[in-house]
Design a protein around this ligand. Structure first.
Ligand code: FES
Length: 82
């Protein structure tokens, strides 16, 4: 799942960057380029940082144990074309 559509940055990439020491949005921007275009992903990316709503998911990405939360950030409507 992509966190940053503009730069094709996945949730996994954000989680890995945080597991390796990224501590704020500036770190994520510098390391991955997340939130450096339209900026719509910034609020979501911040939620993966320590203390954020999805911070527990970082442990899963790094192989640590802990609570697992499944996150659905968006839904894309499907349209059938005849
Ligand atoms: S979605 Fe991340 S900068 Fe646009």
């Amino acid at each position: 799942m992509y966190i940053c559509v503009c730069n094709a940055i996945s949730e996994r990439q954000v989680q890995d960057a945080i597991a390796q020491g990224a501590q704020d949005l500036g770190d994520l921007q510098a390391q991955l380029g997340v939130a450096t275009c339209c900026g719509h992903c910034a609020d979501t990316a911040v939620e993966y940082l320590p203390g954020g709503r999805y911070a527990a998911d970082v442990g899963t990405a790094s192989g640590l144990t802990g609570p697992v939360e499944v996150t659905v950030l968006s839904r894309i409507a499907q349209r059938h074309v005849a």
